[in-house]
Design a protein around this ligand. Structure first.
Ligand code: C2E
Ligand code: CA
Ligand code: CA
Ligand code: CA
Length: 278
């Protein structure tokens, strides 16, 4: 725990105030990306609320710093995003996720895997082409991959985002808007976006049972998604009452510590895998 605390202090200067720390971090990231063992993925189940079956998993990056130990993604992803190092990182994450999807397929389980893709990677003109090559190399059908982007990406450049999402969906890959509700995305863009899924941000889900305005926001997001023919996922479900409330609102899918924490693929509960046939 001490080590984690130190790495938090060390790397907390991601706002640009502490540029010496940021440079150290960038150097460590650059070296880390040439090392096959420093970056791994944990997987968190997305669970169908109706019957508890697995609808897919979200891949979440983990960095094992050689001396500082684990560094959470909130501390290093924003730093990667300031440089072109984000591209090899995105490529690494996609490669690992698709290898895992292939491993599950070979074991008889069709597990859709969602990967978070940052603005800079998504908006790179070569991204859809790289994605096609990675799918091909892994031998994974496009529909087993979902690309999660945030509302902030959409609003940073709606036209390029729409074009990129269209090309990605042309590969059969699913698309999802993450952290929905935090980015002030306008309803008119939502209508135009080539997406399959909305993920309601955990800040609203976490207190929806206690707070009536959060509850109202979640209820409207579920209706909005359904009226646009999108699947809706609630993230950050930590207890039974929240799961029941979401089910009552007709929310399709949920994710959170109440169902399962993100874990290495080998530690994923067998009951989840047995609910998805090959
Ligand atoms: P996110 O995409 O919104 O991912 C959900 C975060 O919520 C994860 O944190 C997950 O561990 C956490 N979480 C899941 N269930 C619960 C719950 O019930 N309660 C609470 N309090 N938290 C829960 P994590 O793994 O630390 O990732 C943080 C963020 O880092 C992600 O937020 C995403 O924005 C970013 N990130 C992670 N992996 C990648 C990646 O491979 N690429 C990119 N571009 N970003 C990533
Ligand atoms: Ca996500
Ligand atoms: Ca999220
Ligand atoms: Ca988030």
């Amino acid at each position: 725990a001490k080590q984690q605390h130190d790495s938090f202090r060390r790397f907390s200067g991601t706002t640009g105030q502490d540029s010496a720390d940021r440079l150290t971090l960038l150097g460590d990231l650059r070296r880390g990306l040439t090392d096959a063992s420093q970056f791994t993925l944990h997987y968190q189940p997305k669970v169908a609320l109706a019957d508890g079956s697995l609808s897919g998993v979200e891949a979440l990056a983990r960095w094992h710093h050689p001396t500082r130990g684990p560094v959470p993604p909130d501390q290093f992803v924003p730093v990667l995003e300031t440089t072109s190092l984000i591209h090899p990182f995105t490529e690494r994450v996609l490669t690992l996720a698709l290898e895992q999807a292939r491993t599950w397929l070979d074991a008889g389980h069709r597990v859709p895997v969602a990967v978070n893709v940052s603005t800079r990677s998504l908006l790179d003109d070569t991204f859809p082409g790289r994605l096609a090559a990675l799918l091909e190399a892994a031998g994974v059908p496009g529909e087993l991959l979902c690309i999660e982007i945030t509302e902030h990406t959409v609003m940073s450049d709606p036209t390029t985002t729409i074009d990129a999402l269209r090309r990605i969906r042309g590969l059969g890959v699913k698309t999802s808007i993450d952290d929905f509700g935090t980015g002030y995305s306008s309803l008119s863009y939502l209508k135009l976006l080539p997406v399959d899924e909305l993920k309601i941000d955990r800040s609203f889900v976490a207190d929806m049972v206690a707070d009536s305005s959060s509850h109202a926001l979640v209820a409207s997001a579920v209706d909005l998604a359904h009226n646009l023919n999108l699947t809706v996922v609630a993230e950050g479900v930590e207890d039974d009452r929240t799961a029941a409330a979401l089910n009552g609102l007709g929310c399709d899918t949920a994710q959170g510590y109440h169902f399962a924490r993100p874990v290495p693929a080998a530690d994923l509960d067998a009951r989840f895998l047995s609910s998805v046939a090959g």
